[in-house]
Design a protein around this ligand. Structure first.
Ligand code: HEC
Ligand code: HEC
Ligand code: HEC
Ligand code: HEC
Length: 386
């Protein structure tokens, strides 16, 4: 997608910007660091010129961000972090590029408030002062600023700094459809979980620039050709991550059910004793093969994928749910109890304890906007749950 946009405008006229917040905290450092490495290598291969560092990167700490630049030539920037240059030549307060005979200055600022509690060790300075200084001391024809702040703070800062041509709001949810302006600067934002690439055209006109856009293009795996070198990075990561999760699953233990909880997951074989017909017809549905889909992708140990493809995982208030393939092989796939709730007590005493009846809400916990965009309860029920 980026290649196409660059081809249309010409590399010498294009600047490719990523607005940061590319990393996620999972509580597993080794995994986070590996992912971060892959993501920043991929940004390099995509041909990103500048990343405006966001909260998610700073949570990892400046030295680690510096480390990421070892394998990547992408400039990572933030204007209001103290001494950012000391760590790596690729960590910068701003970047100036010669594009189409113009000097384009790009910088990024972050709201110190956002990071106050998480990062005592990093010193942030006033964003307005930082932008004013850069604007004054670095000669340029076009000035682009990425703002990691909510719309209210961003507007407050921008009204104090004039002469900015384009502002990208990195924390404003959604994707900007219309042309907006603050203090003479065109405002754009694109924060819909990386699902869009947006571009803004600046065309010289009467000594100034006519702006067209933002134009937003949805990224759909099916319609966009794969970039081989990025795909290869991801494949290598997948192999690594499978090994990582597999090794981890070996260290897991069967959890004891909390002592005051009597109701536990028991698995479909118990239900079979009295609901044979239902179990047999369930076995023909996609839910009964949900783990196979993960195995096909080499993801059967991945805790990011498993919860929707197995039964009772992460349900800490009842015992017996899925833990790992090795420990709980009888809890794979989307079984009865995933929809009807743990059935231990009901199976023991069906006369007195009824099983929960499932409804639409249960389906929506897995058939989400991401995993199944066109989900319709009526239609899917007809397909057959059992
Ligand atoms: C020992 C036999 C027995 C076992 C084992 C058993 N059930 Fe039942 N189940 C029944 C009976 C009998 C009824 C009907 C009770 C009623 O109509 O009130 C029933 C009803 C249900 C209902 C309908 C509830 C309602 O309110 O209409 C669901 C759902 C259900 N069972 C799920 C399960 C699941 C899931 C399992 C396995 C974890 C399971 N059952 C295991 C005997 C059993
Ligand atoms: C939030 C719940 C959820 C999570 C998390 C989840 N899935 Fe799924 N997955 C679904 C649902 C729902 C479907 C069925 C959607 C459909 O077929 O319309 C599905 C279907 C699939 C399929 C079969 C359909 C196909 O396109 O071939 C595969 C393969 C799959 N998921 C792999 C994964 C992998 C790999 C992960 C982890 C990266 C994952 N899933 C994480 C809910 C989830
Ligand atoms: C994907 C979710 C889902 C799974 C998996 C599932 N059910 Fe159901 N089940 C439902 C829904 C939805 C209903 C209908 C509830 C309603 O109409 O309010 C239902 C109804 C029932 C009923 C009562 C009415 C009937 O159709 O007989 C029983 C008994 C039952 N399920 C047992 C089971 C058993 C046993 C299994 C495992 C083999 C199972 N269910 C798996 C969602 C599920
Ligand atoms: C625990 C997560 C989970 C829940 C809850 C769940 N599903 Fe699914 N569903 C899946 C997964 C995963 C698949 C894909 C299985 C595969 O092919 O790997 C799927 C596939 C399906 C399919 C077949 C594929 C398709 O899109 O036609 C239907 C139909 C379906 N689900 C209906 C329902 C309905 C209706 C409910 C609620 C009563 C429900 N599901 C609840 C995870 C879930």
């Amino acid at each position: 997608m980026t290649d196409r946009l660059i081809a249309e405008a010409g590399r010498e006229n294009t600047i490719v910007i990523n607005t940061g917040d590319n990393l996620f905290q999972t509580g597993e450092l080794e995994l986070e660091h590996k992912k971060a490495e892959v993501i920043f290598k991929a940004l390099d291969r995509i041909g990103i010129d500048f990343v405006g560092l966001g909260e998610q990167e700073f949570i990892f700490g400046v030295p680690l961000i510096g480390n990421l630049t070892k394998n990547s030539q992408v400039h990572l920037g933030c204007a209001n972090v103290k001494d950012i240059r000391r760590v790596s030549p690729y960590l910068v307060p701003y970047l100036r590029l010669d594009k189409g005979m113009k000097q384009v200055l790009i910088s990024s600022v972050i709201d110190p408030q956002v990071l106050k509690s998480t990062h005592e060790k990093i010193a942030f300075t006033d964003p307005v002062t930082a932008l004013k200084r850069i604007k004054k001391t670095i000669s340029h024809d076009i000035f682009i600023v990425i703002c990691h702040a909510d719309a209210v703070s961003a507007e407050k800062w921008l009204t104090q700094v004039s002469g900015i041509d384009l502002v990208i709001l990195a924390r404003q949810p959604g994707v900007s459809e219309k042309k907006l302006e603050i203090n003479g600067a065109i405002v754009a934002f694109n924060n819909d979980r990386g699902q869009f690439v947006s571009h803004v055209d600046l065309v010289p006109k009467d000594g100034r620039y006519a702006v067209s856009g933002p134009h937003n293009t949805g990224l759909q795996a099916k319609t966009i050709a794969e970039d081989r070198s990025v795909a290869k990075l991801i494949e290598e990561y997948e192999v690594w991550s499978r090994e990582y999760h597999y090794a981890k699953s070996k260290n897991q233990h069967l959890a004891k059910a909390p002592p005051d909880i009597e109701n536990i997951y028991v698995g479909k074989d118990r239900c079979m004793e009295c609901h044979e017909e239902t179990v047999v017809s369930w076995a023909k549905t996609a839910h009964a093969r949900a783990l196979d889909s993960l195995i096909r992708k080499g993801k059967e140990y991945d805790p990011q994928c498993l919860p929707c493809h197995v039964t009772g995982m992460n349900d800490k208030s009842h015992g017996g749910g899925f833990i790992s393939l090795n420990l709980t092989p009888h809890m794979v796939n989307v079984q009865c109890e995933q929809c009807h709730g743990p059935g231990g007590l009901h199976a023991q005493d069906p006369e007195n304890v009824s099983a929960r009846l499932s409804g639409k809400q249960t389906c929506l916990s897995c058939h989400t906007k991401d995993t199944d965009p066109g989900f319709s309860y009526q239609k899917k029920q007809n397909t057959g749950i059992h």
